[in-house]
Design a protein around this ligand. Structure first.
Ligand code: IPE
Ligand code: IPE
Ligand code: MG
Ligand code: MG
Ligand code: MG
Length: 336
C-alpha cells in the first residue's frame, strides 16, 4: 500500500504555532506529577499473557503525555482518562496484529498509543450528560464528574488531536501518513456510530437487525478494525501484503461487532461494581442493543458465530494468528 509522502518540512512543527502554556520552559521534573497508573481491570487481556502489552502501551502513552505541551490542568485530565485502568484492547490488538505478520511489536507502539487516546476520547465524550450521562467509568468518577464538563470536553478534544500527533512524531513520514488515514477513517466512523446510537439517522429501508449491525459496526467495530489494520501495516511496512491485511480486517470486523454485543450483554447481566461502569442503563435509555432486539440467548449465539468467523478469518496468517485467536476466545466469554 503506497503511503503518500509528507514533506519533512511539514512535519517540523512548532514554527507558526506559538506555545501558550505556562510551563513551556519549566523542566519536566517541576511539572505536575503524572497520575499513578492502576493495574488494568481484570479482563481477557489480563491473565492471558496480554497484560504486558497493555503495560507497554501505558508506558509509551505516559512518556508521550509527559512530553506533550499542555497546560497542567489539561494534562491531568488527559492522564486521568487515558491511563485509567481499562482493558487496552485496541492497543493489544495493534501489537498482536503487528506480531502476527512476523514483526516485532515495538513497531506498532505509536499506533497502539494513538488508538488508546482515540478510545479514551470516545469514552469521555460518550459519558457526557448530553450523551449517555454516566458518572462511573473504569471504576472511577467520569471525567466530567471529576473535572467539570468543560474540561471533559476539552480533554476529549485534546486526546483526539494528541492521537494524530503520536502518529506524526514517529520516524517514518510515509508510514505516519498511511496510519493517519486508517485512524481518521476509523475515528470518523466511530463518531458516525455515536450519532446513530444517540440521535438516530442510521438509514432508510433497513431491518431492525441491519440497523443494529450498522450502529455497532460504526460506534465500536470501526476502531477495532482500525487497530488490527494499523498493527498489520506497521508490521509489514513498506511491503504491504493485501491478503494478510484483508485477513486482519475481516478478523477486526468480526470481533468488533462481537465486542459490542458482549458489551450489551454485560450491561444486562453484570453489576456496576464488577464492570466499573453503570449497568442496566441501555434499556432505560432506549438504546438499540442485541439483548433488546434478539434476547440474551440469540445474542450469545451471535457472539459464538462471530468468534468462529474471527478465527476463520485468520487462516491466511497460518501460525501467525494463534494469539489473536486466543484473544477472540477470551473476548467472547469476558465478564468485564
Ligand atoms: C467500552 O470499551 C466502550 C465500547 C466501545 C464498548 P471497553 O470495554 O474496551 O472499555 P475499557 O477500555 O476496557 O475501559
Ligand atoms: C460506546 O458504547 C461506544 C463508544 C464509541 C464509546 P457504549 O455507550 O455502550 O459504551 P459503554 O457501555 O458506555 O462503555
Ligand atoms: Mg454510548
Ligand atoms: Mg456509554
Ligand atoms: Mg455499553
Amino acid at each position: 500500500m503506497p503511503g503518500r509522502r509528507i514533506p519533512a518540512k511539514a512535519l517540523s512543527g512548532g514554527v507558526l504555532i506559538q506555545d501558550h502554556t505556562d510551563h513551556v520552559n519549566t523542566p519536566h521534573a517541576q511539572r505536575a506529577a503524572p497520575v499513578r497508573v492502576a493495574p488494568s481491570a481484570a479482563s481477557p487481556v489480563d491473565g492471558s499473557g496480554f497484560a504486558a502489552l497493555a503495560r507497554e502501551t501505558d508506558a509509551y502513552i505516559g512518556a508521550f503525555l509527559r512530553e506533550a505541551r499542555l497546560p497542567d490542568s489539561l494534562r491531568e485530565a488527559v492522564e486521568y482518562s487515558a491511563l485509567a485502568p481499562g482493558k487496552r484492547l485496541r492497543p493489544v490488538l495493534a501489537l498482536l496484529a503487528c506480531e502476527s505478520v512476523g514483526s516485532s511489536r515495538e513497531r506498532a507502539l505509536p499506533a497502539a498509543a494513538a488508538l488508546e487516546l482515540i478510545h479514551a476520547f470516545s469514552l469521555v465524550h460518550d459519558d457526557l450528560p448530553a450523551m449517555d450521562d454516566d458518572d462511573l467509568r473504569r471504576g472511577r468518577p467520569t471525567a466530567h464528574v471529576r473535572f467539570g464538563e468543560a474540561m471533559a470536553i476539552l480533554s476529549g478534544d485534546a486526546m483526539l488531536s494528541l492521537a494524530f500527533q503520536a502518529l506524526g512524531e514517529q520516524g517514518d513520514a510515509a508510514l505516519a501518513g498511511t496510519l493517519t488515514l486508517e485512524l481518521s477513517r476509523g475515528t470518523s466512523a466511530m463518531i458516525a456510530g455515536q450519532v446513530y446510537d444517540t440521535l438516530g439517522g442510521v438509514g432508510e429501508g433497513l431491518s431492525d437487525h441491519e440497523r443494529l449491525v450498522r450502529i455497532h459496526a460504526h460506534k465500536t467495530g470501526a476502531l477495532i478494525r482500525a487497530a488490527c489494520r494499523m498493527g498489520a501495516i506497521c508490521g509489514m511496512w513498506p511491503d504491504i501484503d493485501e491478503n494478510r491485511l484483508h485477513a486482519l480486517s475481516a478478523y477486526g470486523d468480526a470481533i468488533g461487532l462481537m465486542f459490542q454485543i458482549v458489551d450489551d450483554i454485560l450491561d444486562v447481566e453484570q453489576t456496576s461494581e464488577h464492570l466499573g461502569k453503570r449497568t442496566n442503563k441501555d434499556e432505560t435509555a432506549g438504546k438499540a442493543t442485541y439483548p433488546g432486539l434478539l434476547g440474551l440467548d440469540a445474542s450469545r449465539a451471535e457472539v459464538e458465530r462471530l468468534r468462529r468467523a474471527a478465527a476463520e478469518a485468520l487462516a491466511p496468517l497460518s501460525g501467525g494468528g494463534v494469539a489473536l485467536t486466543s484473544l477472540a476466545d477470551g473476548l467472547a466469554v469476558r465478564t468485564k
